[in-house]
Design a protein around this ligand. Sequence first.
Ligand SMILES: [Zn+2]
Length: 52
Amino acid sequence: MTAARICARCQRPIIDTRFETITVHSSSGARPDQHAHRRGDPACRPIRASER
Ligand SMILES: [Zn+2]
């Protein structure tokens, strides 16, 4: 079982096996890559207050 990936853009769990990997450039170099829904994925939308 793999850990759930969280979208860096909308903070929702990424269910689809296809996703984008965002390489985070930082001076420390300590941050791991982040993941995000593919561009245009309807599942990628901000979480509304009622869903928290
Ligand atoms: Zn997303």
